[in-house]
Design a protein around this ligand. Sequence first.
Ligand SMILES: Nc1ncnc2c1ncn2[C@@H]1O[C@H](COP(=O)(O)OP(=O)(O)OP(=O)(O)O)[C@@H](O)[C@H]1O
Ligand SMILES: [Mg+2]
Length: 475
Amino acid sequence: MGRSTPFYACQSCGAQSRQFFGRCPGCGSWNSLVEQSNPAADGRRRRAAPSPPVDGAAPRARRSEPIQTVGERPLQRLATGFPELDRVLGGGLVPGSLVLVGGDPGIGKSTLLLQSARALAEACSVLYVSAEESAQQVKLRWRRLGPEEGAEGASDQAGLQLLAETDLELVLQELEALRPAVAIIDSIQALHDAELSSAPGSVSQVRDCAAALQRLAKRQDTALLLVGHVTKEGMLAGPKVLEHLVDAVLTFEGDRFASHRLLRAVKNRFGATHELGVFEMRDRGLAEVTNPSELFLGGEGPCAGTATIVACEGTRPLLVDLQALVSTTSYASPRRTATGIGINRLHQILAVLEKHLGLPLSRFDCYLAVAGGLDVEEPAADLGVAAAVVASYRDLTLPAGTVLVGELGLGGQIRSVGQLELRLQESARLGFTRAVVPRGSGLAPVAAALGLELLEAGGVAEALVAALGVDPAAD
Ligand SMILES: Nc1ncnc2c1ncn2[C@@H]1O[C@H](COP(=O)(O)OP(=O)(O)OP(=O)(O)O)[C@@H](O)[C@H]1O
Ligand SMILES: [Mg+2]
């Protein structure tokens, strides 16, 4: 391949080919191949190869050791100033770890990390590398996010260093000189290694910059927080290897029209995944939402077509209102839309209701929405969806204080769900008094202690009769 011969690299898996393909032969993703030039200069920097063993020389000292003799260090996690972020990280930021924070443009990644930097700088040294914004811009945000002028703690912090730089070499030098306990790189896509000819943000640049930063950070025990962009499909931009390289991947998401933001761990080597942190974007930055259930409950009191479910995000139960609207269709095929729940799931539940309760739902439009813009993925919401749809169809209101939890099988049976005890506890804490749950939960004593009326059901018809107090299938 000549120096000027173009080649194509997959932006998703990093595979390279001389020919352009609409679909990557490596990972199968579509339209991910991007032309790169000068592959000769695109390789990793050459390093001195280990010298081959000389015949007759003494064998090299062993490098492995029995696991029992490996020294242990107590894991001293750093508090980020946001207990919600600490929880998603598994109890705080681990020294020497590499964390990738991804999210849509403008969702508040820089805000979250700058506020954390502020809190972390109270206890340890922090370097904030801004590769996207000037030092002045970061300073302005830092002022806005901090306490009011003249208030306690408004004085400038000595522990927070700011570097507005995009050149990887200069960033590495600064990291080596300062040896901070925490370094924040905003963002990894904006950094570039001058030794590579490809553009900043390309696969080889992102991979090389992240690997170089990781080597240095592990050596000097610096915890690294990297901001990562997401593609328009919502995936983290850059090669998949970046996600393998880091210790934790957090995604920051939210509805552009709502002020709350959700932080999730997609991968975590130091804690559980699928933990959820809830924040609210305010004028003076992000604030934690300590009681997120209130955010996702309608608050207007019971009305027709509304049901409350208990969704579980990681170890955190969330009470969420679902609303359904069922009305006679004026189209050849009825309209079905779902916000916050997969449309296929709604189709499936409607089919089960039609078949097992005999409701003629195929002649009705059906709209379903989850309050507060939350995405509920778990099947435990099925029974709630069914109750909301049937309540709207029959123009019924569920008795106040009722929650529903259960997965709906295609045969109309209610399947058990995980973490039911946790869900009941949260329901009782928020003042709910009746819970419709799958049969055989064995939680009657727990419910009695919590003051909850436990209604167990084995099938969808039985569950809806218990929830609504009337038989929805009766004409
Ligand atoms: N002066 C301001 N007053 C109130 N809110 C602001 C102000 N400036 C920014 N914001 C809020 O902060 C959000 C942007 O946050 P931030 O810059 O941290 O996002 P980001 O995820 O880092 O974006 P990018 O991907 O562009 O780097 C805006 O959407 C807005 O809601
Ligand atoms: Mg930013």
